[in-house]
Design a binder for this molecule. Structure first.
Ligand SMILES: [Zn+2]
Ligand SMILES: [Zn+2]
Ligand SMILES: [Zn+2]
Length: 111
C-alpha cells in the first residue's frame, strides 16, 4: 500500500451533494416473494431479520442472525446493496461504501 492510498482513506470520498454510494446502478430487484433466508431454510437454521440483495434478489439473514447470510452473500458474490425486509424498517445499505440509505422500494411506492 502506497502513501497515496493511505491518505485517500482520510479524505472525504465525494462532494457533499453527490450520493454517498456509487453502486446504485447495480440495483435490479426491490421486492421478493421469499419469506425466509434461503440458506437457513435449506439447513433448517433460524434467523432474526431478513435482508434482500438488491442486485440478484437473494434473501439472506442479518448480522444478528447466527449465520449472517446477507453479509456472506456480499463476500461471496460481491453484491454490495441490500435493503431490509423487516416491515418496521426502511433502509438500504451498501457494503462497499458502508453507508445507510433511504429504502429505494419506499421511494418507488411513494411515487
Ligand atoms: Zn455503494
Ligand atoms: Zn440465513
Ligand atoms: Zn446478490
Amino acid at each position: 500500500m502506497g502513501l497515496g492510498s493511505l491518505f485517500s482513506r482520510f479524505l472525504p470520498a465525494r462532494a457533499r451533494n453527490e450520493p454517498a454510494c456509487s453502486h446504485l446502478d447495480m440495483v435490479k430487484v426491490l421486492t421478493t416473494e421469499a419469506e425466509g433466508c434461503e440458506e437457513c431454510l435449506k439447513t433448517g437454521d433460524g434467523w432474526l431479520h431478513l435482508r434482500l440483495c438488491m442486485v440478484c434478489g437473494k434473501v439472506g439473514c442479518c448480522d444478528d442472525s447466527p449465520n449472517t447470510h446477507a453479509t456472506k452473500h456480499f463476500h461471496e458474490g460481491g453484491h454490495a446493496l441490500i435493503r431490509s425486509l423487516e416491515p418496521d424498517e426502511s433502509w438500504a445499505y451498501c457494503f462497499v461504501d458502508d453507508v445507510m440509505m433511504a429504502d429505494p422500494a419506499e421511494d418507488a411506492a411513494a411515487r
